[in-house]
Design a protein around this ligand. Structure first.
Ligand SMILES: NC(=O)c1ccc[n+]([C@@H]2O[C@H](COP(=O)([O-])OP(=O)(O)OC[C@H]3O[C@@H](n4cnc5c(N)ncnc54)[C@H](OP(=O)(O)O)[C@@H]3O)[C@@H](O)[C@H]2O)c1
Length: 191
């Protein structure tokens, strides 16, 4: 399984760090082109590469890691999703009239199997080794596709997190979004 990121900032680099440590290849992308990411991928090591957004979005699992105002633009012009998994890490203060941020994302990525994750944690807890002496870092996720959630759960578990299924994009997404009870909940599971 290979991985891509749309956006290559704080959250993308934190996730990519875990992926390469676990031996996975990851392609990072931004709006300015691969040449601007050479320092970033050099720091991450040989399993990381810089690509166009289209190349990153062609991976089996793609992390959407742009700021909310850029979500629309970032999802334009990508290859057909064709069932690949799109992990939405975004947060927004926007008042979405209906639904959740990830449902908004899913509407703009037809054919993608969207999983919401990582948005409840501050980047320093995403980047850190999730295996603490007291237990593993809880990682909430939500989604409507059971198989995609299982794949994400297995990955998160392998990366050292303690994944917790929060429900559907609508219900789980509400719990996980800013202001929801799981937002900013930094907690450990007893092992
Ligand atoms: N930071 C946190 O603690 C944290 C925690 C959880 C969730 N989040 C959420 O995660 C998302 C990313 O946050 P961040 O802190 O990683 O932001 P960030 O450091 O500002 O990174 C955003 C990245 O998106 C890229 N980008 C902008 N427009 C793009 C486009 N059209 N196509 C592709 N890439 C584009 C930017 O690069 P260029 O401008 O060079 O294109 C940059 O690499 C946000 O929605 C945030 O709310 C953040």
């Amino acid at each position: 399984m290979d991985f891509g990121t749309i956006g290559a900032g704080t959250v993308a680099q934190a996730i990519a760090g875990h992926l390469v440590t676990a031996g996975h290849e990851v392609t990072l992308s931004n709006s300015r082109g691969p040449d601007t990411l050479l320092d970033v991928v050099t720091r991450l090591g040989p399993l990381a590469s810089a690509g166009t957004a289209g190349e990153a979005a062609a991976a089996d699992m793609v992390f959407l890691t742009v700021m909310w105002p850029q979500v629309g633009d970032a999802l334009v012009g990508l290859p057909e999703w064709d069932g690949r998994i799109l992990v939405d890490t975004t947060n927004t203060f926007a008042d979405l009239e209906a639904g959740t941020a990830s449902e908004f994302v899913a509407e703009r990525a037809p054919g993608a199997r969207v999983v919401k994750a990582f948005n409840t944690l501050h980047a320093r807890y995403i980047a850190a080794d999730p295996r603490h002496a007291e237990g593993r870092q809880l990682l909430f996720y939500a989604g409507d596709d059971i198989a995609a959630k299982t794949t994400f759960h297995e990955l998160a578990d392998a990366l050292g997190f303690a994944p917790v299924d929060a429900g559907t994009l609508r219900e789980g997404g509400r719990l996980m979004q800013i202001g929801g009870p799981l937002s900013a909940l930094h907690a450990l599971r007893q092992d």
